[in-house]
Ligand binder design. Sequence first.
Ligand code: C2E
Ligand code: MG
Ligand code: MG
Ligand code: MG
Length: 276
Amino acid sequence: EAKAAGKGRFVFFAESMDATIRHRKQIETDLRAALRTGELEVYYQPLYSSDEGCITGAEALLRWHHPEQGMISPALFVPIAEQSGLIVKIGEWVLEQVCRDARTWAIGSVSVNVSAVQLRRPDFADRALMILERNGFPAERLEIEVTETSFIENAAGCEDNLARLRASGVKVALDDFGTGYSSFSHLRALSVDRLKIDRSFVSGIGSAKDGSPIISAIMELARASGLKVTAEGVETIEQRRFLAGIGCNSLQGFLMAMPMPIGEMNEALRRGVQPA
Ligand code: C2E
Ligand code: MG
Ligand code: MG
Ligand code: MG
């Protein structure tokens, strides 16, 4: 009986595997079309200074309005786009869009997420710089966000791209910092300007899973290494207060603003300071 049940489970498992693969294939096909049909949209989430509460930057976050399935999260479709290589085209589309949207913004910089798949390509830096130039967008006002795990494969190629971009003025941030591998020892070798403290440490502030000792350690490390820091995922006043208190002066999170379409972002910039 147990054997029969076990076998039944296996069939069920195999069927659901199959369904998952078909679902992924479908997403991939739809995503390829989405680039042409205008279903992709770049949202922006402002970054705020913790002292005066003014907008100092913004992160571009990709959104996909699927005709049947509604809004699909990048957490779901970016990995599929990476596996199929489609992320290269999508990434260039995002950068192009950002150049147009943000050209007139009077803020420090705009951040764009760059996938490991993009970063490993030998022509990544050249193509990105070409897009900036074509759009008349100053390289100094672009920051790219990469993750430490990008460097596991072809570290030299990734480094080469970063060095080239930085030589032209582009800034580099390490996203989701603290969740990657050998964060601290690795850092010296990487060409970066900023650390983005992962949301998981911020959300723990003031709770049982308190991330504040790790945040303090990251702040120390950043000070010693001359790096800037942004905290992501700030959701409560208590978190904001703690971060401001330990000298983290760049904050991003739902407490201040959600990611928003370009129209609303322009509005937010006109208003200037964050909502109390
Ligand atoms: P990420 O780069 O770490 O972006 C931050 C994520 O945290 C965003 O999720 C943002 O909406 C969310 N977030 C911001 N503040 C808060 C908060 O206070 N609370 C909570 N719970 N979440 C907050 P989103 O937009 O769903 O993006 C997920 C991930 O998808 C991004 O993580 C990034 O890795 C990837 N992604 C998004 N856009 C792009 C893109 O254009 N290219 C690439 N390669 N990846 C992208
Ligand atoms: Mg990011
Ligand atoms: Mg992040
Ligand atoms: Mg993240």
